[in-house]
Design a protein around this ligand. Sequence first.
Ligand SMILES: C[S@@+](CC[C@H](N)C(=O)[O-])C[C@H]1O[C@@H](n2cnc3c(N)ncnc32)[C@H](O)[C@@H]1O
Length: 289
Amino acid sequence: MNYRHHYHAGNFADVLKHAVLVRLVRAMQRKERGFRYVDTHAGRGRYDLASAARGDTLERKPEWPEGIGRLWNRAALPEVLADYVAQVKAFDQKLGNLESTPRFYPGSPRLVEALARPQDRLSLFEKQPEEAEALRLEFAFSLGVGIQSTDGYSGLKGQLPAPEKRALVLIDPPFETKDEFAQVVASVDAALRRAPASTIAIWYPLTERARVDAFFENLTALALPPTFALELTVVGPAHEMKMKGSGLVVINPPWQIDRELEPAAVSLAEVLAQDQGGRAELRWLVKEA
Ligand SMILES: C[S@@+](CC[C@H](N)C(=O)[O-])C[C@H]1O[C@@H](n2cnc3c(N)ncnc32)[C@H](O)[C@@H]1O
């Protein structure tokens, strides 16, 4: 397992994923009752963008300038994006960055924890030992946050049904192995059997259209509750970039969240486009009744 999110933190895919995540948390919090947030692939919780180009063995071009970097000083963003950028800025400033460019970028666990109310709980899974250790340190003084350095797919099963009776799940794997899509489908199947009303967001990369379409087919074969896919591409299909875009499948989306997410994603595609291919679309895989 070589994946380190470090290189990718704050890139165009993180921007879409995290903007949607913030919105999902806000929607869960429309109800007073607490909820359980399960992050099956949590990462380290915090990324230092100043060292994003330095890796264990390779020097790489940082990806955040074409992601959060493009939103940082932009005025008049739609509310969904402005809210997300405000969360990232608050985190960055809290850690002491005084520069006009971002430095400290919050991973999904940090974004959720910052919004969590006393009645909300976080269960975080991170299998890679060094990342898990960093995550433990990150949350050493936080209440209501459980961390396990084990496989997130099997971990998820054990979390459902949640004691809070409401769950928001993020499945955000590295997609390093060919069977990752199949593992996601199996994990969603098991999760929905245990807690059918869970809201589950699954991040996926768009490298090949056919693979994503096969994933959708396998998912919908589970007889899903209402589900949509929100997808954003930054380059056209013929572009040399391997990951041309990314998306989030949202199972049991909060009521009418599609109405705010789709226009926000369309605006985001304009900001993040790297050639003529910038485009965003929300497609219902299983329509609401
Ligand atoms: C895309 S990153 C997660 C980023 C994080 N969710 C965020 O948004 O900030 C994927 C993470 O999953 C971890 N990982 C890989 N396989 C795993 C597994 N089976 N269970 C739990 N974590 C895993 C990797 O070490 C990596 O840190």
